[in-house]
Ligand binder design. Structure first.
Ligand code: FAD
Length: 279
């Protein structure tokens, strides 16, 4: 299988770099092909601006969505973006790896998403009518592929627990997992999170490296997070509200978009979001 790691850390001797190497070696040892987009090393341009849209006339007002659509369809997006799009189409699995900075990804990685997830490629895909709201949330260009996060955090695991002051880690990562990865179709795997990363030393490293090797072993078999697909009947169109009879009573927020029944089915055997892409 083919795996793309999009990696965002400015220091080649960092903990993140060491963990990236562990993941890469583990995947390569299993016979997979691995490519790494090392955003800092490559000097990735993170901001969206006029320079991204070669066919935009000088006097024309920049509307980023419209310009993205036009240049994506014409194949005229800038070469750095086209190369990353080709890598995404090539890869069976995508890994985003980064240190948690202000409860999210470093700006350079967000800028990679902003520029590479073009209109017509990652959004604005599929039939948009009173029956379907486009191909997104489980459907879309990247459907059938898997994605996951490898994240280091300075905070304690308890601080990211269900009652922790930082908020639950699954909620903090929801905009990335659901909004960025599930949106264009990826099956999203549970994240691999390393807590108290600033306190790391040699004796803490090896057990974490071993857990990471194990996660790389199960990249194509572990059940994904059971997000609800948009177009399978769980949501009303056009309001895109979850049907009132679904979700646990009085539940609200991000967890509503998890299909717990489907999760139970997929743990018991192949299911809607289950193991169809294992291999
Ligand atoms: P490094 O600094 O490279 O290393 C961390 C430790 O691991 C060091 O002690 C180092 O000696 C050791 N180490 C490195 N490599 C190895 C190796 N190969 N073997 C053994 N030990 C090794 N944290 C949060 O929880 N929430 C936040 O919102 C948050 N926001 C932040 C915002 C900013 C701008 C910054 C700079 C930090 C923030 N942090 C936050 C902390 C951040 O998440 C951690 O600093 C980061 O995850 C640590 O990863 P690193 O790769 O940078 O570690």
């Amino acid at each position: 299988m083919k795996i793309l790691i999009v990696y965002a850390h400015p220091e080649p001797r960092s903990l993140n770099a060491a963990l990236r190497d562990v993941a890469t070696k583990a995947l390569t040892a299993q016979g997979h092909d691995v490519q790494v987009s090392d955003l800092y090393a490559e000097g990735w341009k993170s901001q969206v601006d006029r320079a991204d849209f070669p066919s935009l006339a000088t006097e024309e007002r920049l509307v980023a969505t419209a310009a993205s659509k036009k240049d994506f369809e014409a194949g005229t997006l800038t070469e750095d973006v086209r190369v990353e799009i080709e890598k995404l189409l090539w890869a069976d699995a995508l890994i985003l790896q980064f240190p948690l900075w202000w409860f999210s990804m470093p700006a350079i990685l967000k800028g990679w998403v902003d520029r590479v997830f073009a209109y017509g490629f990652a959004y604005g895909v599929g039939e948009h009518s009173d029956r379907r709201w486009g191909d997104r949330y489980g459907e879309g260009t990247l459907a059938g592929k898997r994605a996951m996060l490898i994240v280091t955090a300075g905070g304690w695991e308890e601080h990211y627990g269900p009652r922790g002051i930082n908020g639950p880690i699954d909620d903090l990562l929801f905009p990335i997992n659901h909004g960025i990865l599930y949106y264009p179709g990826y099956e999203v795997l549970p994240p691999f999170v390393i807590y108290r990363a600033d306190r790391f030393d040699e004796c803490k490293f090896e057990p974490v490296a071993e857990r990471l090797r194990e996660r790389m072993q199960s990249l194509f078999s572990i059940p994904p997070i059971p997000y609800r697909p948009q177009n399978a009947g769980d949501y009303l169109i056009p309001s895109m509200q979850l049907r009132s009879e679904l979700g646990e009573e009085n539940a609200s927020g991000f967890s509503l978009h998890l299909d717990r029944d489907n999760e139970r089915r997929s743990l018991a055997g192949p299911g809607r979001n289950g193991t169809q892409n294992s291999g």
